[in-house]
Design a protein around this ligand. Structure first.
Ligand SMILES: [Zn+2]
Length: 382
């Protein structure tokens, strides 16, 4: 489709992003296929992962064999505050108020297709054959910004798990192209890299925080978590110590579930209703305890985008990591596949050209197959 003088600026902008997607797609890829069948991240245990030097791949036996059951002291503010104040327009736009509420009988509650995207690190991490897990759990800040630009230009609307639950219950309508942005573990780059980009677009995201890891190196401080909450982000719970709830005793699992909720509510002074199972591991007993603790919903790490109200405590998510092409990302985000642009339509605007980081990372491993859903499901990383 040629660009004509009659095109609006918005159309040109869309074409520019489409071009960006196509160019990135030519060389980009994802490398989850290189992952081991089952891997775990060293975010459990009494010592959280320290920075980026620690190997994130550990044996399951290393994970929190004897978790502390002590609930963190309330109202303790640790660490330094953010050095960069969030933009004045940090609070997400008031899309909640703008939505048309509809009433549908419960028996007619729909099954909805809503991508729930699952991020971990927003960091520049070069592909390292000895540590591909960290690479696959990371998205560079530049690529993350491009992904959010794609959502913006394609009129996708990030929503909260609360909004998804209400829609599944037939209590509200959702905007076009709804998508849930979730981040696991409470890493510091959520506050320093992700949220400023989200704020630029007025996007809301949900961060599942491990309460016992706050104020540790590599994780958000208590003050930063509060700042994210104030900025309009949704803070969920990811237990106290990132314990595999399906492998520990029922008493320990309950303490982790309840203790994490209490700690986050004491930190934020309001209810915390969203939960994520560490490593995506759960069973019926664990699921029941999460519900009994007062959570409204919970997410897992299996891939899937079709949800019903019956899935309230096992919502599937789509892993986002490595260096997926923007075309792949757009599909993962539930957007209609973008129309390929002609070479002469590719924008010369540096702001919308593929980033060196994204294309370079892609070039480094060109030729690897696109990961399949099963490969994504094997990422035991949350
Ligand atoms: Zn996790």
């Amino acid at each position: 489709m040629p660009i004509t003088p009659g095109h609006t600026r918005r159309t040109n902008r869309r074409l520019a992003v489409v071009s960006l997607v196509v160019v990135a797609g030519l060389s980009a890829h994802t490398v989850a296929s290189a992952l081991p069948a089952r891997v775990m991240v060293a975010v459990g245990g009494q010592q959280p992962m320290e920075g980026l030097t620690a190997s994130p791949i550990v044996d399951g036996n290393d994970v929190a064999a004897t978790p502390s059951l002590t609930v963190p002291s309330p109202l303790t503010i640790g660490g330094a505050p953010l050095t960069t104040a969030p933009p004045s327009h940090a609070r997400p736009r008031p899309y909640v108020e703008a939505q048309t509420h509809v009433t549908i009988a419960a028996r007619d509650a729909p099954r909805l297709t809503v991508p729930i995207l699952n991020y971990h690190y927003i960091l520049d991490v070069p592909p390292d054959p000895h540590n591909m897990l960290l690479y696959n759990l990371s998205i560079s800040p530049r690529l993350f910004a491009e992904q959010m630009e794609v959502l913006h230009v394609e009129h996708a609307t990030p929503i909260t798990m609360s909004m998804l639950m209400d829609a599944l219950a037939g209590k509200r309508a959702l905007p076009s192209h709804p998508v849930v942005l979730t981040f696991d573990d409470g890493y510091v780059d959520f506050a320093t890299s992700a949220q400023p980009i989200l704020a630029k677009y007025g996007f809301v995201a949900t961060e599942y925080v491990v309460s016992g890891f706050m104020d540790h190196s590599g994780y958000m401080t208590t003050a930063q978590v509060r700042q994210m909450d104030t900025a309009g982000m949704v803070i969920g719970s990811h237990t106290m110590h990132h314990v595999d709830l399906a492998s520990t005793s029922l008493a320990a699992a309950r303490a982790e579930i309840v203790g994490g909720k209490v700690a986050m509510e004491q930190t934020l002074h309001h209810p915390v209703r969203d939960f994520a199972y560490p490593y995506g591991e759960f069973n019926a007993a664990v699921e029941g305890m999460v519900s009994e603790a007062g959570f409204r919903d919970a997410v897992i790490t299996k891939a899937g985008q079709s949800h019903a109200l019956a899935d309230a405590f096992e919502f599937h998510r789509t892993h986002i990591g490595g260096a997926p092409s923007l075309a792949t990302f757009a599909q993962e985000a539930g957007l209609t596949p973008l129309t390929p642009a002609q070479p002469d339509q590719i924008s010369n605007d540096p702001a919308v050209r593929p980033s060196p980081s994204a294309s370079g990372a892609a070039d480094a491993t060109t030729g690897r197959a696109q990961p399949g859903k099963q490969a994504r499901q094997a990422v035991r990383s949350s």
